[in-house]
Design a protein around this ligand. Structure first.
Ligand code: BJW
Ligand code: ZN
Length: 241
């Protein structure tokens, strides 16, 4: 009997020894974290060039920090949802599992994922522009801008802005995981921001079976093996079983 696409995806995930998962903002949407693009997305009411570039930060660090403080306040109230939990469960049962996330909210780790590769950084970490110190900072009432506890220098969020390179070790590990996996699962990303958006093609060209879960079609949809349309928090628990 022919399998439906979701049954085929579930079977591939159950049988694979090596799985790579790439997540984007859509995986945290059901936790209440705003996405960037699409209806209600952050870029509908905020210009990325004013808030998420190194030039914007040099021009007006206070403005950028007020935006990050607002987002830190929002994210502090969010809990992992069934999609995060399903991915943590998939990791526990898969011999070689790599979670690649573009999200900075830390929710995968809170759901039990052991070592997510946070390609765009983490909003709960700060980095000093002067001495390079980087440390976790969970205080919600940070001044805008805050200063370094080591040297008093200007702190920035430890995230990757447009025009900045990703950490080469993280990018290298992400590329290797994509090139070596048997199955790649791509969840809740609009697949327009490089270099993360290219990972599905890397996996596909290396022979992996690629599954996409999203509310809508993306630039990746035409080249994946299975595209499942719907909410990650509903589809992933079904897929992982
Ligand atoms: C659901 C759902 C549910 C909703 N269930 N699904 C041309 C011009 C200029 C620059 C470039 C260019 N070409 C390439 C570049 C470089 C640039 C880039 O890619 N720009 C494109 C936009 C064109 N990339 C970079 O600059 C990167 N660095 C780099 O490439 O270095 C080398 C280089 C430098 C300069 C020039 C060229 C090369 C760095 C990118 C850093 C991205 N940073 C951000 C902000 C992080 C910090 C922060 O959050 O404040 O990262 S931008 C933002 O987008 C954030 C995200 O991680 C990233 C991706 O977004 P994501 O996760 O896909 O979210 P959305 O909102 O886009 O999509 C959500 C999806 O979920 C949707 O599809 C929904 O349907 C779905 N969904 N609910 C399932 N319940
Ligand atoms: Zn410092």
């Amino acid at each position: 009997m022919d399998l439906t696409p979701d049954q085929m995806a579930a079977q591939r995930l159950a049988q694979a020894q090596r799985i790579a998962v790439l997540t984007g903002a859509g995986v945290s949407a059901e936790s209440g974290v705003p996405t960037f693009r699409g209806p209600g997305g952050l870029w509908e009411s905020h210009r990325p060039e004013d808030l998420a570039t190194p030039q914007a930060f040099s021009r007006d660090p206070a403005l950028v920090w007020r935006w990050y403080n607002w987002r830190r306040g929002l994210m502090a109230k969010c809990e992992p949802n069934p999609a995060h939990h399903a991915l943590a469960a998939l990791e526990r049962r898969t011999p070689q599992f790599t979670l690649l996330t573009q999200n900075i909210d830390g929710l995968h780790r809170r759901a039990g994922s052991q070592a997510p590769l946070e390609m765009h950084g983490n909003i709960w970490w700060v980095r000093c522009m002067d001495c390079g110190a980087r440390y976790e900072e969970r205080e919600l009432e940070l001044p805008a801008p805050p200063t370094c506890r080591e040297c008093g220098g200007l702190l920035r969020p430890h995230v990757v802005w447009f025009g900045e390179s990703l950490d080469p070790r993280i990018l290298g590990a992400a590329w290797r995981a994509a090139a070596r996996c048997e199955v790649m699962l791509v969840v809740g990303t609009s697949a327009v921001v490089q270099p993360a958006a290219g990972l599905a093609s890397v996996a596909r060209q290396a022979g992996a079976f690629v599954i996409e879960v999203n509310l809508e079609q993306t630039p990746n949809s035409a080249e994946v093996h299975v595209s499942l349309l719907g909410k990650a928090g509903e589809i992933l628990p079904e897929l992982v079983g």
